[in-house]
Design a protein around this ligand. Structure first.
Ligand SMILES: Cc1cc2nc3c(=O)[nH]c(=O)nc-3n(C[C@H](O)[C@H](O)[C@H](O)COP(=O)(O)OP(=O)(O)OC[C@H]3O[C@@H](n4cnc5c(N)ncnc54)[C@H](O)[C@@H]3O)c2cc1C
Length: 408
C-alpha cells in the first residue's frame, strides 16, 4: 500500500488526504496547529464561499495565471460540487453565481472534511512543532516533535503566509525551498491599502459605491468597481482587495514606485452627465451653501471633504462657485486621487501573491516535474484568486489532483 504524507491540514491538504485515501493509499496528515481546517472557519464571513459559477483566466494571478485553469480543467466546478455532496455538504448558488454550503456555515464544511478523514482512517499528526523533511532514496523522511515518518509520496499543502493566526505562517516556503523548489517571494493580497492622506481620518466608516483605479505614475495598473470602504488608514472593500496584490507587488519590488489610487465616486454617470447635473442643481438651488449642496448625492462627510480639497468654504452659496471651481469639483467627484504607500500586511490579508513557481509543476497531477513523488497544492503555489470563491476552488482542485496523483 502506498504511503502518502501530506503537510498542512487546510482546505487543500484535507482534500488531498481524502482523495489519496479514497484511491487506496495509507495517508498521514501533518498539521502544525491543534486544529484542522482553521482558516476555512473564517472564509466568506463565516459562510465559506467555496466556488463560483464563472471561471476565467483573469480570475487568477501569478507568474503563470493560466496554470490555475489548467488545474481546474482536471477537477472543476462539477467535480467539486459532487465531492461536497458526497461528504454531506449541499452547495447552493446565490444570484451572482457564488456557491456556499446550504447551512451557510463555514464550520459545517470543515467538519464534513474532518468526518470524511476519520471515515477513511487518515492518520492525523497535529501540533507537529518545527517539522523537517528530506528525500531518502525513493521516499521522503519527515521529522517532527511527534516522531519520524517515512512516506513514498509527499504533498506540500502548507498554505501561504496570509492570516497566520489560522496556522499558515509561511514555513511552507522554506520547506519547498529546502527540497530544491523555486519560490517567488510572497506579498499580501486581498488586503486593505494604506494611504498617508490625512483626510481619511475624517472619512473613516464611509461605505460608498465607486470605481478605484491604481496608477504607478501615469501607468494604469488595474481597475475595479463596487462598494468602497473609507477607513482611517486608507481604503478597504472588495474592489480594493482585488487590486491590492498588484499594489503590494509593485511597492515591494521597487521601493521608489509612486502609487496613486484614483476613485470615481460617480461611476454610473459620464463626466458630461455629472457636469450637466451640477449646473442644473446650481440653477435650481444656487442659494444653498456648499456644505449642504452635495448632501443626498454623496455621503455628507465625503461631500464636505471634496469642497475642502478644492479650497472652497462650506458657507459659500453654490451659485457663487466659479466655472473653474465647478471643474475642480467634478474632478474630485470622478477622479479623486490619493497616494497609496502600503497595506495592512499578512495579518489582514486573505491570501498571498507568490509562492512555489508553477512552471515546476504538472497541472494534471500537481507533481513536481523533476522530483517524482513530490507534489504541491493550494495557496503554497504561486496562484492567487480574486474574491468570489476562487482561492478555495483552487485549493479543492489542486488538493484533489495531488492526492489522487500521490496515491497512484
Ligand atoms: C478571512 C479570510 C476569508 C477568506 N474567504 C474566502 C472565501 O470566502 N472564498 C475563497 O475562495 N477563499 C477565501 N479565503 C482564502 C482561502 O481561505 C485560502 O486561499 C485557502 O484556505 C487556502 O487553502 P490551503 O489549504 O492552501 O492553505 P491553508 O488553508 O492556509 O492551510 C494550510 C495548513 O497548513 C498548516 N501548515 C502550515 N505550515 C505548516 C508546516 N510547516 N507544518 C505543518 N503544517 C503546516 C497550517 O496550519 C494550515 O492548517 C479567505 C481567507 C481568509 C484569511
Amino acid at each position: 500500500m502506498k504511503r502518502v504524507g501530506i503537510i498542512g491540514g487546510g482546505a487543500a491538504g484535507m482534500t488531498a488526504a481524502i482523495a489519496a485515501a479514497g484511491n487506496g493509499a495509507q495517508v498521514t496528515l501533518f498539521e502544525r496547529t491543534a486544529k484542522l481546517g482553521k482558516k476555512i472557519l473564517s472564509t466568506g464571513n463565516g459562510r465559506c464561499n467555496l466556488a463560483n459559477d464563472y471561471l476565467a483566466e483573469n480570475c487568477f494571478h501569478g507568474r503563470h495565471p493560466e496554470f490555475a485553469l489548467q488545474v481546474i480543467r482536471h477537477f472543476g466546478l462539477k467535480e467539486t460540487l459532487d465531492f461536497f455532496e458526497h461528504i454531506g455538504i449541499h452547495p447552493i448558488k446565490n444570484s451572482e453565481g457564488y456557491y456556499y454550503p446550504r447551512s451557510m456555515q463555514a464550520a459545517s464544511v470543515a467538519k464534513a472534511l474532518i468526518r470524511e478523514l476519520e471515515r477513511l482512517k487518515v492518520k492525523v499528526v497535529d501540533e507537529t512543532g518545527n517539522l523537517r523533511v528530506r528525500p531518502h532514496g525513493d521516499s521522503f523522511q519527515i521529522n517532527c516533535e511527534k516522531g519520524s515518518f517515512a512516506v513514498d509520496s509527499l504533498i506540500l499543502a502548507c498554505g501561504g503566509q496570509a492570516a497566520p493566526q489560522t496556522g499558515s505562517d509561511g514555513s511552507g516556503y522554506a520547506l519547498a525551498a529546502g527540497l530544491g523548489l523555486k519560490v517567488i517571494p510572497a506579498v499580501p493580497a486581498l488586503v486593505p491599502l494604506t494611504s498617508p492622506w490625512k483626510g481619511f481620518k475624517e472619512l473613516s466608516g464611509i461605505r460608498t459605491a465607486g470605481r478605484i483605479t491604481l496608477y504607478a505614475g501615469e501607468r494604469k495598473i488595474a481597475s475595479e468597481a463596487g462598494e468602497l470602504q473609507l477607513c482611517d488608514y486608507g481604503l478597504s472593500g472588495i474592489p480594493v482587495f482585488q487590486i491590492s496584490g498588484f499594489a503590494a507587488r509593485l511597492l515591494t519590488e521597487n521601493k521608489k514606485t509612486v502609487l496613486e489610487a484614483e476613485i470615481n465616486f460617480m461611476e454610473e454617470f459620464s463626466n458630461g452627465e455629472v457636469k450637466q447635473y451640477l449646473y442644473h442643481q446650481i440653477r435650481q438651488r444656487g442659494a444653498v451653501r456648499c456644505g449642504d449642496f452635495l448632501t443626498g448625492l454623496l455621503p455628507e462627510k465625503l461631500g464636505l471633504q471634496l469642497f475642502k480639497r478644492i479650497g472652497v468654504s462650506y458657507d459659500l452659496p453654490a451659485g457663487r462657485l466659479s466655472d473653474r471651481q465647478i471643474g475642480e469639483l467634478i474632478r474630485e467627484m470622478t477622479a479623486f486621487r490619493v497616494p497609496i504607500t502600503g497595506n495592512l500586511g499578512f495579518d489582514r490579508a486573505q491570501v498571498c501573491s507568490g509562492g512555489v513557481d508553477t512552471a515546476q509543476i504538472d497541472p494534471t497531477t500537481m507533481e513536481v516535474k523533476r522530483i517524482p513523488g513530490l507534489f504541491v497544492a493550494g495557496e503554497l503555489l504561486d496562484i492567487d484568486g480574486i474574491c468570489g470563491g476562487y482561492n478555495l476552488q483552487f485549493a479543492w482542485s489542486s488538493g484533489y489532483l495531488a492526492g489522487r496523483g500521490a496515491a497512484q
